[in-house]
Design a protein around this ligand. Structure first.
Ligand code: GLY
Length: 371
């Protein structure tokens, strides 16, 4: 074992202890998006874009340990997700990919759950209703006629297209994958800037399909580079390359990775916007680091693997709650939305999920992700 490897088992043991505590506390309910004072409270039902990270983590616990009790706890969330898409509750969002890949594609793949498969397919169909022509992009947020949101997509959406690739794979209908491919290439051409940084969101003209302008929502400014967006870019372009074989998407992932790595501070965990560096007094976003580790490991190669190892070691040593039993998060010091003051310097569900996915990747190199 290398110096980095010896950290992984205690880190996984600590994560599993927290997950056990949360299974007992939340049952088939859902922790909130972020902690408050380092602890998650229960949210009022299956709403928002992050609920699937909770069963996603529990499925990872099952894959790491082989224990059936984790599979049972995770599968207990399928009825709630099936109901959510059947009743179209809070589904006016591109985040159906995050929501239904982890909650329903995973139990279909691991346990042959056909209710989960059908719910994931219904979610993929609903995602197609968000396609805006002639731009050929998937609108990120809100009602398709909302003038503030019309024609707008965001970098995170690259993590939602895997649901569409999966839907084409199991139905044999190429429409889903065709949309995903067009959307990813539009982001490659417009949300990725010439210098390898990314806009958080980008607008296309709904009538003509012309690319219009980049705009931030959670970053420091329209011109700066939101750290989590850049991490979504690394992982998202890498996954879209894997699904399409398009080398230009791999190049896009590499460009995102190079920029991200060039802006890491001394402890290898980025500030919430890459415009900030050591001495700025700003907060880190540990979740951006965890997502980037998964993206870098997907890209592979000695350099990216080494960088991923350094970032993960820092998360384990300085951001995980292994030595903080009073927290029910896996990692702390993330930022959800600094401009709006939401979840600043707290744990968050996606940071926890991708931290555990990163630990799974490094301890189980044979593990096949579900994206
Ligand atoms: N997908 C929303 C976020 O990363 O905050």
């Amino acid at each position: 074992m290398t110096a980095t490897d010896v950290r992984h088992s205690p880190a996984i043991a600590a994560a599993l202890r927290t997950i056990d505590e949360n299974i007992a506390a939340f049952g088939t309910g859902y922790p909130g998006d972020t902690t408050a004072g380092g602890r998650y409270a229960e949210r009022p039902g299956n709403i928002g874009w992050t609920t699937s990270f909770w069963p996603g983590m529990v499925w990872l616990a099952h894959e790491l340990t082989g224990e059936e009790s984790y599979a049972r706890a995770a599968a207990g969330h399928v009825p709630s997700f099936a109901d959510r898409i059947a009743t179209l509750s809070d589904v006016d969002t591109h985040d159906l990919g995050f929501l239904y890949t982890l909650s329903c594609v995973v139990p279909w793949r691991l346990a042959g759950d056909t209710v989960a498969r059908d719910a994931a397919l219904a979610a993929a169909d609903h995602l197609l209703t968000r396609v805006l022509e002639p731009a050929g992009i998937i609108q990120a947020w809100g009602d398709m006629t909302d003038p503030r949101q019309q024609g707008r997509t965001i970098i995170d959406s690259l993590m939602n297209t895997p649901l569409l690739f999966w839907a084409s794979e199991i139905t044999g209908d190429p429409r889903y994958a065709d949309i995903a491919r067009r959307h990813a290439t539009q982001l490659r051409d417009h949300i990725l800037r010439p210098d390898g940084t990314t806009f958080h969101t980008f607008y296309w003209d709904p009538a003509t399909g012309e690319p219009l302008r980049g705009e931030t929502e959670q970053g420091n400014s329209d011109e700066s580079c939101w750290a989590r967006g850049q991490a979504w870019g690394i992982y998202g372009f890498a996954l879209n390359h894997r699904h399409t074989g398009d080398p230009t998407l791999l190049d896009a992932a590499h460009r995102c990775a190079e920029r991200f790595l060039s802006r890491l501070p001394a402890d290898d965990v980025p500030y919430w916007d890459l415009v900030f560096s050591d001495g700025s007094g700003e907060e880190r976003d540990s979740s951006a680091a965890a997502i980037a580790v998964c993206g870098l490991l997907t890209l592979g190669g000695d350099r990216y693997r080494a960088a991923a190892g350094r970032i993960l070691a820092s998360l384990i040593d300085h951001y995980s709650t292994a030595a903080q039993p009073d927290s029910n998060a896996l990692i702390l010091h993330g930022v959800y939305d600094k401009p709006k003051g939401v979840g600043v310097d707290e744990g968050n569900l996606w940071g926890d999920y991708f931290y555990l996915e990163a630990l799974t990747r490094v301890t189980r190199p044979d593990w096949a992700d579900h994206w």
